[in-house]
Design a protein around this ligand. Structure first.
Ligand code: FAD
Length: 268
C-alpha cells in the first residue's frame, strides 16, 4: 500500500496539510507512533512529518525582546522534552523524569500532549504538569485554529494538530512520581503542582485515567497536605494496567499529592 508523506517546512504549511485532520497521521518525534507502525497496529494512508516545520521553540517572558507579552511562556509543539528540562518545576522536572536521554532528545511536547491512551501503560506525563500550570493549547482542526484550556483540549486531542502551549510562570511548582528501576521505564503515576502569582494552587495527575486529570478535591484542601492527599482519591477512578495495579495506584496517590504540596510550601 502506498503512503502519502508530507513534510511541511513551516507551521502554516503544517496547518494547511493537516486540514480538517481526516485520514492523516501526525508523526513528531515518533517514539510512540513508530512502535505502533512497526507492530502494524494501523496502516496510515497519509503521514504528516513535523520534524522540519519550525515548531520547536521556547519563548520566555522577556519584554525587551518584543517576542512575548512579558508574562507568558510559549512552547512550540515539536520542542523536544530534553529542551524542557531547563524549565522550572513542575514542567522541567516532569520532562526530566520521562524515560532517558535518548528518548527525551527525540520525544516532543506535542507528541506527549496528544499521546493516545494505550491499554498497556500511561504515556502523557506532561499533561499533568500542563494542567497544574493552567496551560492554554493552540491547535487547528476541522473548525480552524483556536486556543483553549488544556482540560478542554485533552478529550478531543486526537482530532487536532497541536501548535503550541502557553502558560504563566508559576510562583512555585513541584513534581513527584512513582519510579520504576529501569532507564526505559514508563511512569506509572505522577502528580504535578503549581502555585500561581495570586496564590491559587492547581494539581494535575497522570496515570489515573485515559489522560491527565485535575485534582479538584485535593486542591480545595491544599492548605492541609495530609487531608489533600486523602481527598485526591475522590477525584480519580484507578485502573490496572501492564505496569501496576489500580489498588497500588490508590496507595501511592495520597503520598505523591502530600509530597508535592509540602515541596511547594517549602519552596515558596
Ligand atoms: C522506552 C520509552 C519510554 C517512555 N517513557 C515515557 C514516560 O516515562 N513518560 C511519558 O510520558 N512518555 C513516555 N514515553 C512515550 C513517549 O516517548 C513520549 O510520550 C513522547 O513525548 C511522545 O512524543 P513523540 O513526539 O515521540 O510522539 P509521536 O510518537 O510522534 O506521537 C505520539 C502521538 O501524538 C500525535 N501527535 C504528535 N505530535 C502531535 C501534534 N503536534 N499534534 C497532534 N497530534 C500529535 C501522534 O499522531 C501520535 O498519536 C516513552 C517512550 C518510550 C519508547
Amino acid at each position: 500500500m502506498s503512503v502519502d508523506v508530507v513534510i511541511p517546512e513551516s507551521e502554516s504549511e503544517a496547518v494547511e496539510a493537516y486540514g480538517d485532520g481526516s485520514d492523516i497521521t501526525v508523526i513528531a518525534g515518533g517514539t510512540i507512533v513508530m512502535q505502533l507502525l512497526n507492530y502494524q497496529r494501523f496502516e496510515p494512508s497519509k503521514v504528516l512529518l513535523l520534524a522540519h516545520a519550525g515548531m520547536s521553540y521556547i519563548n520566555m517572558p522577556v519584554k525587551e525582546q518584543g517576542q512575548n507579552d512579558g508574562s507568558t511562556v510559549t512552547v512550540g509543539a515539536t520542542t523536544p522534552l530534553a529542551d524542557l528540562t531547563v524549565l522550572a518545576s513542575p514542567l522541567g522536572a516532569c520532562a526530566a523524569n520521562v524515560a532517558d536521554d535518548e528518548i527525551r532528545g527525540q520525544a516532543t511536547l506535542g507528541g506527549n500532549l496528544c499521546s493516545p491512551a494505550p491499554p498497556e501503560h500511561p504515556s502523557g506525563d506532561l499533561q499533568g504538569a500542563l494542567i497544574a500550570l493552567d496551560a492554554m493549547v493552540r491547535s487547528t482542526g476541522a473548525d480552524g485554529e483556536k486556543s483553549e484550556q488544556i482540560e478542554d483540549f485533552l478529550p478531543h486531542r486526537s482530532d487536532r494538530l497541536a501548535l503550541d502551549v502557553s502558560f504563566e510562570p508559576p510562583a512555585s511548582g513541584a513534581f513527584a512520581a512513582f519510579r520504576r528501576p529501569h532507564a526505559h521505564h514508563y511512569t506509572p503515576l505522577a502528580v504535578s503542582g503549581a502555585t500561581s502569582a495570586d496564590g491559587t494552587v492547581r494539581l494535575g495527575v497522570t496515570g489515573a485515567g485515559d489522560f491527565g486529570i485535575r485534582l479538584n478535591a485535593a486542591e480545595a484542601a491544599a492548605d492541609d497536605p495530609e487531608a489533600a492527599g486523602e481527598a485526591s482519591l475522590t477525584d480519580v477512578t484507578m485502573a490496572d494496567d501492564a505496569i501496576i495495579s489500580g489498588w497500588y495506584r490508590e496507595q501511592l496517590l495520597p503520598t505523591l499529592v502530600k509530597r508535592v504540596l509540602n515541596e511547594m510550601k517549602d519552596g515558596s
